[in-house]
Design a protein around this ligand. Sequence first.
Ligand code: OGA
Ligand code: MN
Length: 377
Amino acid sequence: MAKMAASMVQSGEDAFRKIFKFYKRRNPPPDFCDVIDFSRVCSNKVLPLKLDLAAVSDVEAARVGLQPVRDWRAFGLKGYPGFIFISNPFLRGSQPFWVRQCLKVYPQKPNVCNLDMHMSPSDTQDIWGKSVHGLSFPPSGNRQPKTLLERLRWVTLGYHYNWDTKTYSATHCTPFPADLHMLSFQISAACGFPGFNAEAGILNYYRADSSLGIHVDESELDHSRPLLSFSFGQSAIFLLGGTHRQDPPTAMYMNSGDMMVMSGQSRLLYHAVPRIVPAPQGHTTLEMEGCSMAASLQASTVVESVSEEDWAVCSRYIQSSRVNVTVRQVLAPWQSFPETPSPHQRTDAGQTVGYRQADGESGKRKRSCSSDSDHLV
Ligand code: OGA
Ligand code: MN
């Protein structure tokens, strides 16, 4: 089976699509032995990476819930210059705060979400409040209607990504959350990108059968700035490809708390998430971290403790879901949007799934990948 992924690569044509399908397959399930696991590095493709230890003080790191930078385990990947993987750098007990922000705070107005596409503003006003009851109790025998939180597929922050035109615009922008801005600033600084300005965010909410099609993030106008990615909850198989859609990808696990930085030559590489997988057993589970806030968090200014009621809802949600946050700087400091947006900003090449398909492999996709907004209802 291990040879299988490799032989698919040699057969050329569309190696990425084949490997995507391989990992997405349910029956029979694929062999995961080729998937790089950064939490127990054993692959010769993985390179230890030195970060800028002076760029972020221990106090600044702790303020956003991060360990001192010298304790982070950061890696590069052979053949992917500019790609940085940081294996869960969060302080014990700080992930629940970020999960709570993703589920309770960031979906709030004025941020935009998939539910806004077909519901009135008053119906999507309080997604958390309207979902708390339905999510707090174990599911009963008879099927309950899905809560709004369970129907949430994406949220956009800052410059709101337009799924149809694949552009950002000066006119569709709301304040970027200060806490996430600060987290992004510190991560980028440690990775050698001081002065990162978080201007746009896309949160993806994955259920157990969700996937994310093959794409490149190129709508941002300044590609010299990195793209940051943070994940919480269940794990994912992440595929990192090349500059051409057909290039064979490398598969890796992304677990809760893990971060990726796509910069330099890796900023515009094709990538995808073919499958959500259960968080590894014995892994520092978020559930165990719960409300037992570490003493180290008490001095922090950004990361607040999460109430037991809130955590009950969050932990129930992430038992079967994954949340991914990507943060982007859209413009260079000297840059502004052109009068008319350029036509080809984001290259979505998913054929088996649309870029924003959220219904898993059952083929519930309503339209091809040319437009994404209606996949997410
Ligand atoms: C994205 C993205 C990856 C992930 O939102 O553009 O590539 O791990 N997300 O969910
Ligand atoms: Mn992406």
